[in-house]
Design a protein around this ligand. Structure first.
Ligand SMILES: [Zn+2]
Length: 162
């Protein structure tokens, strides 16, 4: 795993938790002859939260695509349900399945970037990574990019008329 220079101990812990949790879900899907899906893991590691990690997967109801939503928002909602009101996420891991010849990290979509920023503020750490299905398992997190959500939604807090 190739980690950015500014990776913190909390980042490492959350990535380790993701490494522990993702393969079991992948094995279940492989056994059911299904493809891999994107995962998100969210944690509130400041005074507002417990530090527990919440896993999210995409909600993709068959024949009702407009009713679906992404793994990141699933994980954010699980955190908000489990933790006291006012808990803010501080860290989000996004791990997308990618083909072997494209190991670029997967970043949240625009709606999820906005959702992360809306509930967590500009300082949420986003750890973008990926995983690759292989004959005997998965290559987890060959690359990791680290961003503050403010870098992903740069003008969210700026008054465009001001
Ligand atoms: Zn999304």
């Amino acid at each position: 795993m190739d980690l950015p220079a500014d990776t913190t101990e909390t980042d490492r812990e959350l990535l380790s938790t993701a490494r522990d949790r993702i393969p079991s879900r992948c094995r279940e899907r492989r056994a059911a002859d299904r493809g891999d899906e994107l995962f998100a893991l969210v944690r509130a590691d400041d005074e507002t939260g417990s530090g527990d990690a919440y896993l999210g997967v995409p909600f993709e109801p068959p024949d009702a695509p407009s009713a679906g939503f992404c793994a990141e928002r699933h994980a954010l909602n699980r955190l908000q349900l489990a933790e006291p009101p006012g808990t803010r996420p501080t860290h989000v891991v996004v791990a997308g399945p990618v083909p072997d010849d494209d190991r670029r990290p997967t970043f949240p979509c625009g709606t999820c970037r906005d959702a992360i920023a809306a509930v967590g503020g500009p300082d949420v750490t986003v750890l973008a990574t990926c995983f690759v299905r292989q004959p005997d398992g998965w290559a987890l997190f060959p690359t990791v990019e680290r961003r503050r959500v403010e870098e992903l939604v740069p003008d969210r807090w700026t008054d465009p008329w001001g």
